[in-house]
Design a protein around this ligand. Sequence first.
Ligand code: URP
Ligand code: ZN
Ligand code: ZN
Length: 469
Amino acid sequence: MSILIKNGTVITAAGQQEADVLIVGERIESVSARGTNVQADEVLDAQGKYVVPGGIDVHTHMELPFGGTFASDDFETGTRAAAWGGTTTIIDFAVQTKGQNLMDGYEAWRTKADGNCAIDYGFHLIVGDVTDQSLKEMDIAMGEGVTSFKMFMAYPGVFYSTDGEIFRAMQKAAENGATIMMHAENGIAIDVLIAQALERGETDPIYHGIVRRSILEGEATHRAIKLAELAGCPLYVVHMSALEALAEVTNARDEGLNVFAETCPQYLFLDLDDLGNGFEGAKFVCSPPLRDRAEGHQEALWSGLATNDLQIVSTDHCPFCFEDHPELGRQKRLGEGDFSKIPNGLPGVEHRVELIYHGAVAEERLSLERWVEVCATTPARMFGLYPRKGTIAVGSDADIVIFDPDKHHQLSAATHHMRTDYSCYEGMEVTGGVDTVLSRGRVIISGDQYLGKKGDGQYLVRDLNQYLV
Ligand code: URP
Ligand code: ZN
Ligand code: ZN
């Protein structure tokens, strides 16, 4: 089976080209000057549209157990929603819980995902219990293509690790060239502030945003960088929200350290005010929290993306329903009367590629090439998938999005495909939208039709970070 994408403008991180893309089977066979005589079984006309690599979302949490419930998207619903939004690869977080072997977490997540994904997928592993055994199992994980491990300086009593535990895991990562991904917030100090707020009767969701101070994200980011520098391992700071944290990463990169960071659409588009309005604010509870716009975090993050102090935009997709759900039960409402009990996380996997196009290209903050780079190419390189993924080149997987820059649409829970009953972007008008999506040569989205199916997605064995200095 062959498909020719004709008349489009091909955008990669390296540049733009008026070119036709021939796909044979699952791979890209040729990229040739527009109008070259190439024959194919099927032709897709991309006149007036961009032809870009499928998005790669390196931070999702399908079915994550959190706060007495589970993230509401499973691998079937979550990867289908991702496809609708032009994402053709996710890297999700498998979880090792306390007392469990590390590889048990990996096996459990393979069981949840295998046969259920509409797009390709890989895993990072959350190291939830640093023991001699789990450190040994980090070697085994590498053999399964899990080359990155997340640790938490936040959430004491849940995923939290002490500095000593983090340092031991970093030393192991350094031996293998693996990347440590860090949730950098000082969870111990935050817990003190949470308890004090609750004692004062400050129970609404807005206090989630107030107690999780940006200075404590900056402090934890600094500490993580120093521990990684000492251990000699690459560090990737996840879901960065605060300008103090960005300053730490910028300094570390200027010093030539292997320090990298991502942010997420919610930290670019939303702010502390969204956590207000009584319990409605629970819809926006995630950690780190949405930040005060007047303090300049949002514009600092956009600048960081422009200067490459921030390299990636991921979603941290971790949805919970606002109202009680017939199968999932109570989710966000678990925290009524106590903001610290609201499950942390937001829906987002469907909207990243379009939102970043809107904020970056349509609103003229970043170039088309940089949009592709932060949404697809750098994620592929950072997490060992390039050049199979993340570009449009001969031999690469035919994960391709035909993107219509002239499309205008409104984001809404009434039309999105994520399994959650609200949208953080309800009513927002977005410029640019996904028209057609191909996953390894198969058309899975065509206009308003979903043509994919669960089980088409393959597990990805990943290589090491390709940016190490
Ligand atoms: O609030 C968030 N970010 N929930 C997901 C878990 C995590 O910390 O990434
Ligand atoms: Zn986190
Ligand atoms: Zn996360």
